[in-house]
Design a protein around this ligand. Structure first.
Ligand code: RNT
Ligand code: ZN
Length: 416
């Protein structure tokens, strides 16, 4: 891409937006500050470094594109490569099973902050802040029920795991000088009609109370619901209602995964309700295709609506944006780049929305005018601003990241 052309087109876009009262430079400064929490698990199909066992817990990765990361070094290299093709600075979201266990087997109820020391050092070296997740799946004790298991020994095992994970997240937060967001999602559920739905939810609530007993100030807890898992289709203990209730009552962050709702439900619309009752929200931006399929995030209406709602709620400081998808059928580094850049593009368009004018129309009951401006906003020259954002951040403009991903594939991942 010709730099001079990018600049010329950008200048025209700046003028056009100025006519609508939008300060593009200010928007770019805002976008620059948003760090997206990239999920480490797209790099290796949620494998982790604990075992080579199967992925369980009702989630599934499909595809077998060659070159997936086989160890920590490869995974770190892939993530740095992806980040080098994405403008701005991002965070990295780790699962417990990605600990640096030094070749030894460390069970989930034995994990300690030291197992993440090398990650913390790596993060500090590269300016990448870490987020964290408990891991209830892919373990002999996972079964269908973990924190809500009627068997106290199994429940206690997962409580211990989660308690330890919080301590690790707190340690990460201290070391990076910024709170680590720790997400808790458990797969607990049942394949078929369940006749004691209350019982498991009581147990989950009780387990959570125990897990959250210690207050911390350098980590933030969030709880993630879902509709169903594979093989657990009829009942999900940690449903949306359950966690909204829990979060509201206990002042916990609620995680909204865009794949975890009924297909026509708007996740964007949830923000302005939730933010009135819970302190902050964590997002897992994903793309469900017919089900919670975790396809690569793209710039579609759902992601756009979500980003617009964050901005319209003036909640950029209360909504943490993370990604959660896993597609093993295409180049995995490319998948990171597409999904993260798509989310940023949606955020940019949200920030460039002529909101003052739109709200004026709305307040006046001028609904034709509101709809007309919403439609016209779609074809404002936001792409010229996006190209400039990439240029200033020294990352490939437009589709020129494709050849970078191909080069890395040729030189690195194809040799695995
Ligand atoms: C599963 C949840 C959860 C996982 C990750 C791996 O449906 O979305 O967030 O995808 O923890
Ligand atoms: Zn998720």
């Amino acid at each position: 891409m010709n730099e001079t052309r990018i600049k010329q087109v950008y200048d025209i876009a700046v003028e056009r937006y100025a006519e609508l009262g939008i300060d593009v430079e200010q928007v770019l400064a805002q976008l620059q500050k948003i760090e997206i929490s990239m999920h480490c698990w797209q790099a290796d199909d949620i494998g982790g470094f604990e075992s080579t066992g199967d992925l369980t817990g009702g989630i599934q990765v499909t595809g077998n594109y060659p070159g997936k990361a086989r160890n920590m070094e490869e995974l770190r290299g892939d993530i740095l490569k992806a980040m080098s093709l994405i403008p701005g600075r991002q965070r990295l979201n780790l699962h417990e099973i990605y600990g640096d266990f030094g070749g030894k087997f460390v069970d989930r109820n034995e994990v300690e902050p030291c197992h993440f020391e090398s990650w913390i050092e790596w993060g500090l070296e590269h300016g990448i802040k870490l987020d964290f997740n408990t891991t209830s799946f892919s373990h002999p004790k996972s079964g269908d029920l973990s924190l809500s298991n009627p068997d106290k020994a199994i429940r206690d095992f997962w409580i211990e795991h989660s308690v330890r994970c919080r301590a690790i997240a707190e340690y990460m937060g201290v070391r990076q000088g910024d709170p680590c967001i720790m997400n808790l999602w458990v797969h607990d559920g049942s394949k078929d009609i369940t006749v004691n739905r209350m019982k498991y939810r009581e147990l989950l609530k009780d387990s959570l109370d125990k897990i959250f007993a210690t207050p911390y100030s350098n980590m933030k807890d969030c709880v993630e619901s879902k509709v169903f898992g594979i093989g657990l289709e009829s009942y999900t203990v940690g449903s949306n209602d359950f966690y909204i209730g829990y979060g509201a009552q206990n002042n916990k962050l609620v995680t909204l995964d865009t794949g975890h709702f009924h297909p026509t439900e708007s996740v964007a619309d949830k923000l302005s309700s939730l933010l009135l009752f819970v302190p902050e929200v964590m997002l897992h931006v994903s793309r469900p295709v017919r089900w919670d399929s975790d396809h690569v995030t793209i710039m579609n209406d759902e992601t756009m609506d979500l980003c617009k709602e964050i901005v319209r709620c003036n909640a950029l400081d209360r909504v943490h944006i993370g990604l959660d998808y896993f597609d093993a059928s295409i180049n995995r580094i490319g998948a990171y780049v597409i999904g993260t850049r798509a989310t940023q593009k949606c955020l940019l368009q949200a920030l460039l929305e002529p909101l003052t004018q739109l709200r004026q129309y709305e307040a006046n009951g001028q609904y034709f005018e509101r709809l007309a401006l919403l439609e016209e906003s779609k074809n404002l020259p936001w792409n010229a601003v996006w190209d400039m954002f990439c240029l200033r951040n020294n990352v490939p403009v437009s589709d020129s990241f494709i050849s970078e991903v191909q080069k890395y594939e040729r030189e690195v991942t194809s040799h695995r």
